[in-house]
Design a protein around this ligand. Structure first.
Ligand SMILES: [Mg+2]
Length: 191
């Protein structure tokens, strides 16, 4: 499956989830597939999508979905340990694993070699680790992961979709996302 297909099949299942997306083409693909106020497109800080998602999940009752990349997660493996031990049940980390650094030219990452992010996530202590190789498997994994701290390794093809850059300013992305988080928070605390 292509990465944009993987993103699309998750987006089709979304309602009010907060979504944090890794920098580069994944964010551009998410924007083109389904822009929404609840999407936070990272424009810097490579490697920190999982950490930002963890912080968010610990501070809201809404489900938080993170689209990370293999290269990005490999540079912040400690995040998996913290996720395992804090284990917010509303966090789903989806790793779009194309075994390469696609945004910078397709150099192979170590998941193309000996390293399995699924095994690392399990060894870190995350109980719900799923792997998906097709849109159907990914949808099923995504829906099964609701209510459990989860990592889904979605194996995707190398390469990027031909999609334009995101025309929103960083300020706009942050501001509307903060408002979306806040409105969710008000709703959840009124119960
Ligand atoms: Mg990659």
């Amino acid at each position: 499956m292509k990465r944009i297909e993987a993103i699309r099949c998750v987006v089709e299942e979304l309602s009010d989830e907060l979504v944090v997306c890794n920098i580069g083409y994944p964010s551009r693909e998410l924007y083109s597939v389904g822009d929404r106020d609840e999407n936070f497109y990272m424009l810097g800080s490579m490697g920190l999508a999982s950490s930002i998602g963890l912080g968010l999940a610990l501070s809201t009752r809404k489900r938080v979905v993170v689209f990370d990349g293999d290269g990005s997660l490999l540079m912040n493996l400690g995040s998996l340990v913290t996720i395992a031990n804090r284990s917010p049940s509303n966090l789903t980390l989806i790793v779009l694993d194309n075994e390469s650094y696609s945004t910078t030219g397709g150099q192979p990452s170590y998941t193309a070699g000996k390293t399995s992010l699924a095994r690392i996530a399990k060894a870190a202590g995350i109980d719900n680790v799923l792997e998906a190789r097709s849109p159907g498997e990914l949808k099923r994994a995504f829906n099964e992961s609701k209510g459990k701290t989860s990592v889904i390794i979605a194996k995707v093809e190398k390469g990027n979709a031909d999609v334009p850059i995101i025309p929103l300013s960083p300020y706009k992305i942050k501001k509307r996302f903060m408002e979306a988080v806040k409105s969710g928070h008000a709703a959840s605390t009124s119960n």
